[in-house]
Design a protein around this ligand. Structure first.
Ligand SMILES: *[C@@H]1O[C@H](CO)[C@@H](O)[C@H](O)[C@H]1NC(C)=O
Ligand SMILES: *[C@@H]1O[C@H](CO)[C@@H](O)[C@H](O)[C@H]1NC(C)=O
Ligand SMILES: *[C@@H]1O[C@H](CO)[C@@H](O)[C@H](O)[C@H]1NC(C)=O
Length: 398
């Protein structure tokens, strides 16, 4: 058995992984918003309601000439939903533009529940509407809600208030000819929230013993359509046919289909049925061809240490976009996309983190072998001495 095989077996990663390279589009040493005026920015800094060092992207959606980002809600962050152009005529990296407007973020506790308080998961549908989860905050009377905006004219299409407060995580959109559903996870709850656009109604489908964390949806033409879900703080991956979610509140039992090498933070599936997974505390992104039995493959290796934060999104042309945040180096923030034609390279050399495991494995095996040899030697020496004494006794007696 070759050592590489031992390692890949150890990590349960496929040796013939397809690897991807990303091309950097923009980089920033520090991000900033596009403020209405220089005075407004200075005022916000002075009043302690803004600190550019607190800008941290959480989720991304990509559509047309823009990506949308939701930002971590810190005390010194005035806006949690922004857009960025994916191309710029100037050489300077662009600023974050509040979406849909500054006004939609001017929220006062206990006043207007239709403003954006704390944006989380984002998706753009096939007609260019941006779906935004907003979990509200603890210091208000507002429930968690789903907002839908026209990404072209910035108009609000619909606001749906959920019957609960707090904790919204991620969403996927299931669009058929006559029906659109959103499947929403709350990160640590053992249910999925289902929203139907046509009836403007939502309900919960319970999954006993599974706190649903990240989710991904199989492509339209892969029938029956399936929802994949990962369990909170677990490497387990489950799936359920989406039909089980369409009949109002109820209970369903997802099927366990595989184990990752890490705990997935985000899952994503492209139109060919390839699933991408980004993990907590891992310096790589994995993939799996969902048309085949579960097999984790290495998709992209960050080689150094894992990024402090990462977002992933596919645009309408199936281009994979990624933002990376590194708290301890400059530039600390980058926007990249998968390089053309880079997707099908075969990984021949195991990347560094695999080598580290390889060395660990070799070291442990060597120590074990030495210990076994040492024990055997000691055993033989003791046995030899005993035999000598025995033979001596026999000789003496004889
Ligand atoms: C959708 O439902 C919400 C309740 O969650 C309600 O406030 C809103 O007015 C409804 N919108 C439409 C367009 O029916
Ligand atoms: C995905 O499918 C399209 C055809 O629909 C094909 O052109 C493309 O190369 C596929 N991508 C990968 C990564 O296999
Ligand atoms: C996934 O596997 C199926 C079935 O083996 C194959 O036809 C398809 O080309 C694979 N997709 C990709 C993107 O490699």
């Amino acid at each position: 058995m070759s050592p590489l095989f031992v390692t890949l077996f150890f990590l349960r990663l496929s040796p013939l992984a397809t690897a991807a390279d990303f091309t950097q589009v923009f980089e920033w040493d520090e991000m900033d918003f596009e403020w209405p005026s220089v005075e407004k920015r200075a005022q916000a800094l002075e009043n302690g309601i803004y600190d550019p060092e607190n800008i941290l992207p959480l989720y991304m959606a990509a559509h047309g000439p823009r990506v949308f980002l939701s930002l971590e809600k810190y005390r010194k962050i005035p806006v949690t939903l922004v857009s960025l152009p994916t191309k710029s005529a100037s050489s300077a990296s662009p600023r974050l533009t509040p979406f849909p407007s500054w006004d939609m973020h001017e929220y006062t506790p206990w006043e207007n529940c239709n403003k954006i308080e704390e944006a989380k998961g984002l998706e753009v549908d096939s007609v260019g509407r941006l779906w935004v989860l907003d979990e509200g905050s603890s210091n208000s009377n507002c429930h968690a809600k789903l907002l839908i905006f026209d990404s072209y004219n910035h108009k609000t299409v619909l606001i749906h208030q959920f019957p609960f407060r707090y904790s919204l995580y991620d969403l996927v959109l299931d669009e058929t000819v006559d029906r659109t559903f959103a499947y929403i996870t709350r990160g640590t709850e053992n249910h999925i929230v289902v929203f139907n656009l046509e009836s403007n109604k939502s309900w919960m489908v319970y999954m006993p013993r599974i706190m649903v964390h990240s989710i991904a949806l199989s492509p339209k033409d892969h029938e029956p359509r399936k929802l994949y879900l990962s369990k909170y703080k677990s490497d387990e991956l489950y799936s359920i046919p989406v039909a089980a979610l369409h009949h109002g509140a109820g209970t369903t039992h997802p099927e366990l289909i595989g184990f990752w090498n890490g705990i997935p933070k985000r899952l994503l599936i492209d139109h060919n049925g390839t699933m991408y997974a980004a993990f907590y505390w891992r310096n790589y992104i994995s993939s799996w061809n969902t048309s085949q039995p579960f097999q984790e493959q290495l998709f992209h290796d960050f080689s150094e240490q894992e990024p402090s934060a990462l977002t992933l999104a596919l645009d309408e042309n199936e281009i994979l976009w990624m933002t990376i945040f590194n708290s301890d180096k400059k530039p600390c923030f980058t926007l990249s996309k998968v390089s053309d034609g880079a997707k099908a390279d075969i990984v021949e050399d195991p990347p560094e983190h695999l080598l580290m495991h390889l060395f660990d494995t070799i070291l442990i095996c060597t120590i074990l072998i030495i210990m076994v040899l040492l024990s055997l030697t000691i055993f033989w020496i003791i046995l030899g001495k005993k035999m000598n004494i025995f033979l001596l006794q026999i000789t003496n007696e004889g």
